[in-house]
Ligand binder design. Structure first.
Ligand code: PEP
Length: 251
């Protein structure tokens, strides 16, 4: 049976001391998550990874991005060996903000994902359509290309280690939620594509929903058969709200 996963994406928020402060308050919630068989994690900025990693126990600490080369003349970038050296084993790839502001294409995401998997790391691959694409009825075409191109060149064994997050761009940080029916429809659609690409290993892939998830709506998403968890921005920044989402998720 697939585990549930609650993953916070802190984006460009929190100083090192603020991140450390959050980390120091996680013991109770990690205990609760373990008792209820839920995986919990956060994705801080690169600067805060070490401070968070060193002050949590039993929590996933993910980077928000990585470069596909191991080293070289790539100013401002961080490589997979650098993350691994810090003990970081998870990494977000293709968040819509990176696709919008940093020219992150499906092809570029794929290079990073293949490299992460070969390094025994877990990529959390984000996909989702823009408002214009949603309104034009193009959601499934867009998501299908993102999945087929972004998750190409993996093996059946590797795919089960990948986490996918469906995040309709029009619902990210806007307070406009996709309905639980839309979330289920697209998450199931993603699983069907993965089954077509990699066979029954698709049933092991964790597929998350993301986009204005909050304590009062997380349970509705998580009650859907193909939604295995949530990738949460704004509501993951405060420990109280993070804890409330975890408690509501298992109800
Ligand atoms: C995100 O950036 O992954 C996200 C889902 O943000 P928010 O929860 O704030 O909409």
């Amino acid at each position: 049976m697939r585990k549930k996963l609650l993953l916070g994406n802190w984006k460009m928020n929190k100083t090192v001391s603020e991140a450390k402060d959050f980390a120091l308050q996680t013991a109770e919630l990690v205990k609760f998550a373990e008792e209820h068989n839920v995986l919990v994690g956060v994705a801080p900025t690169y600067l805060c990874l070490d401070a968070v990693k060193n002050n949590v126990s039993g929590m996933i600490v993910a980077a928000q991005n990585c470069h596909f080369e191991d080293n070289g003349a790539f100013t401002g970038e961080v490589s997979i060996p650098m993350l691994k050296d810090l003990g970081i084993n998870w990494c977000l790839i293709g968040n819509s903000e990176r696709r919008t502001y940093d020219n992150e294409t499906n092809e570029k995401c794929n290079k990073k994902i293949v490299k992460l998997v070969h390094n025994d790391m877990v990529p959390v691959y984000c996909c989702g359509e823009t408002l214009a694409q949603f309104e034009a009825g193009e959601t499934k075409n867009v998501v299908e290309s993102q999945i087929r191109e972004g998750l190409a060149n993996l093996c059946e064994k590797c795919i089960s280690k990948v986490v996918v997050a469906y995040e309709p761009v029009w619902s990210i940080g806007t307070g406009k939620n996709a309905s639980k029916e839309i979330a289920e429809d697209i998450c199931k659609f993603i699983r069907d594509i993965l089954r077509d690409m990699y066979g029954n290993a698709a049933d092991e892939v964790l597929i998350l929903y993301g986009g204005s998830v909050k304590p009062d709506n997380i349970q509705a998403y998580l009650s859907q058969e193909n939604v295995d968890g949530a990738l949460v921005g704004g509501a993951s920044l405060k420990i109280d709200s993070y804890e409330a989402m975890l408690h509501n998720l298992v109800k």
